[in-house]
Write a protein that binds this ligand. Structure first.
Ligand code: NAD
Ligand code: UD1
Length: 331
């Protein structure tokens, strides 16, 4: 029996695939490469020395998903596939709702038809929106400030409803905080198309000379140095969180939600310093206007994941900066 990884050629999916293979799980990956490429599949095989089946399918096609489930023996699904650019979701809401919601509904129908009812869903800290007070607990109020975030809230609700209607479904929604870093091999990592929206990918491109300088979006927040604070978590810690969640699904079924973060925050200026110290490269920056939609502070309450999943992130900010740069240099 295999674990299906949707969106497994993407940033978090590829790291989770490597870890699952290294721990001896059988996997199948599907992806439509809308935000990734085929060489990632080859790199996962190279890192692990293991083989697996890959399907180049779009989850908006129910018949393609059905074909996969008819061909493979799937036991559980980790559902990463989604579009994730916040700004683009505001410009193209229907595209986002169609891709993220329809794909998930199709997948759930086919899983149901094939009696596969174990699911881990990639949710996001973005569901805490702008109403809850950090550190965010899993039962903090959720709200969305954009269609991307709305799609995550809607899917979480749908999964909860599904479990209520049929308690043989075992589902965990994992709310990731800010993933950073890359695999230590330098073969896989985050490689955004165009100009990066997120902080560390932007810093890495400044370090490589692709971009001239970083713009720090505001230094007048109510935080110790005035810049925004986030809970950054190494992508390999996140991958481990998925394995812990899989164990929980098997041992104690039901529907549940967990934060995956470190419980500690770092400011924009602290991340710049960590990158400079880890890699010995100076990052030029200027302070500019706040970015619309940004919150001053986002930090996870990690108690529930620690207690119930036995999950604790161990990698440091320095590790994240070193591994990101190691990957960036290989591009
Ligand atoms: P990613 O874009 O690198 O990976 C997503 C993958 O899904 C891509 O390879 C893409 O080609 C694929 N995909 C998208 N739509 C598809 C479809 N209709 N059919 C088949 N494949 C499709 O993103 P990521 O950073 O690895 O994120 C994975 C998941 O985690 C997403 O659901 C994202 O919303 C969520 N998440 C990401 C972050 C983050 O900062 N990276 C934070 C919180 C939550
Ligand atoms: C962004 C998304 C969020 C998503 C998350 C992880 C927005 C408004 N929010 O959040 O929905 O879940 O990524 O993918 O896009 N910063 C700079 N200069 C830059 C880039 C960022 O100063 O060039 C600052 C930001 O103001 C913020 C911090 O760095 O304080 C982190 O930004 P980013 O990496 O984009 O993550 P989030 O803001 O958490």
């Amino acid at each position: 029996m295999a674990i299906l990884i949707t969106g497994g050629a993407g940033y978090i999916g590829s790291h989770t695939a490597v870890m699952l293979l290294e721990k001896g799980f059988d996997i199948v990956i599907c992806d439509n490469f809308s935000n990734s490429s085929n060489d990632v599949i080859e790199k996962i095989k190279k890192i692990t020395g293991k083989d697996f089946n890959f399907y180049n399918i779009d989850l908006r096609s129910k018949s393609d998903i059905d074909h996969l489930f008819q061909t493979e023996k799937i036991d559980s699904v980790i559902h990463f596939a989604a579009l994730k650019a916040v700004g683009q979701s505001v410009q193209k809401p229907l595209y986002y709702y169609e891709n993220n919601l329809c794909s998930t509904i199709n997948l759930l129908h086919i899983m149901d038809n094939h009696h596969v009812k174990n699911l881990i869903f990639s949710s996001s800290a973005t569901v805490y929106g702008d109403k809850a007070t950090p550190p965010y607990k899993e039962d903090s109020e959720t709200s969305a400030t954009n269609p991307y975030g709305q799609s995550k809230i809607m899917i979480e609700r749908m999964l909860e409803d599904l479990h209520h209607s049929d308690d043989s479904w075992n589902i965990i929604s994992l709310r990731y905080f800010n993933p950073l870093g890359a695999h230590s091999s330098g073969l896989i990592g985050e490689n955004p198309q165009g100009i990066p929206n997120n902080l560390l990918p932007y810093i890495a491109q400044v370090a490589s000379g692709k971009l001239p300088e970083l713009k720090v979006f505001g230094n007048d927040y109510d935080t110790p140095d005035g810049t925004g604070i986030r809970d950054y978590i190494h992508v390999c810690d996140l991958a481990e969180g998925h394995i812990k969640a899989l164990m929980k699904l098997k041992g104690s079924p039901g529907y549940d939600v967990y934060n995956l973060g470190t419980g500690k925050g770092a400011s924009v200026l602290e991340l710049i310093s960590a990158f400079e110290n880890a890699n010995g490269i100076k990052i030029p920056y200027t302070i500019t206007e706040r970015r619309p939609g940004d919150t001053p502070l986002s930090i996870a309450d990690v108690e529930k994941a620690e207690k119930e999943l036995d999950f604790k992130a161990t990698r440091t900010l320095q590790d994240m900066c070193r591994d990101t740069w190691n990957f960036q240099k290989s591009l």
